[in-house]
Design a protein. Structure first.
Length: 251
């Protein structure tokens, strides 16, 4: 999962360390290494999402759950006005439950391009990782140092015009297979968003995870969203009910 939603996955999961890739790999091999890093049985995490805009800054506390790459759930713990809001991702489907309207709604169509809770992370960003291999032609174009780490430069160009970001560029750590920086472009070449991932920490089981992620929307003036992971546990026994639509409306 190179990009954006890897986001939900990044809000929801992460990696086993890999050995450095000395010779230039194929784009497919690099994507496979990144996917392998994201493989896990189960995981829980707590995180803070800080949304900075021109007029105000909003702060959210979130609890998330993940199982594999395609199943995840999250619940907002604060602020009070959003407490109890829940999201569920099952494969290519995404639902949200908002206590203020007391109903479950499937996120689809134009709604996918809206920012999650007004952030710079769109619902479509959270879903797009599944389509990267089938909808883009990928190639490794070189290497560059990012934050002191040697990275492969991975470029992706869309096969058709049905995607939000016709061009993507990622800088992938050669040792950890973590995309430390990602640029997302429009068809015209205009830079739309930039992702950066930093503060990589090693957990007890040897996993390495970027605990700080920043999404900058270059179209919105002075707009930035920061994800700060404050806790993470792998191999937990999450009740299966959490990954069901029934859980969305549980009081």
């Amino acid at each position: 999962m190179v990009l954006s939603a890897w986001c939900l996955s990044l809000i929801l999961a992460y990696p086993q360390p890999t050995e450095a890739i000395e010779a230039r790999p194929t784009a497919e091999a690099l994507l496979n290494a990144m996917d392998q890093n994201m493989t896990f049985e189960s995981r829980t995490a707590t995180l803070t999402m800080v949304v900075e805009g021109t007029k105000r800054t909003r702060r959210y506390e979130i609890k998330s759950y993940g199982r594999g790459l395609d199943v995840s759930a999250m619940i907002y713990l604060s602020p009070a006005r959003d407490k109890g809001t829940r999201m569920l991702k099952l494969g290519s489907d995404l639902w949200i439950y908002m206590p203020t309207v007391d109903r479950v709604q499937k996120i689809s169509g134009h709604m996918l391009r809206q920012g999650m809770m007004g952030s710079d992370l769109s619902y479509e960003d959270m879903m797009s990782s599944i389509e990267l291999r089938t909808r883009y032609v990928s190639s490794i174009t070189g290497s560059e140092i990012i934050d002191g780490r040697d990275c492969w430069i991975l470029e992706m160009n869309a096969k058709d015009d049905g995607v939000t970001y016709p061009k993507r560029k990622a800088w992938v750590d050669k040792v950890d297979s973590i995309a430390l920086k990602q640029d997302l472009f429009a068809l015209s070449g205009m830079l739309l968003k930039t992702w950066t991932m930093s503060d990589v920490k090693e957990f007890k089981d040897g996993r390495r995870f970027p605990t700080k992620m920043v999404i900058t929307d270059h179209i919105k003036k002075n707009s930035k969203t920061t994800l700060l992971f404050t806790g993470m546990t792998f191999g937990v026994d999450t009740p299966r009910e959490v990954f069901s639509k029934r859980w969305l409306e549980r009081r």
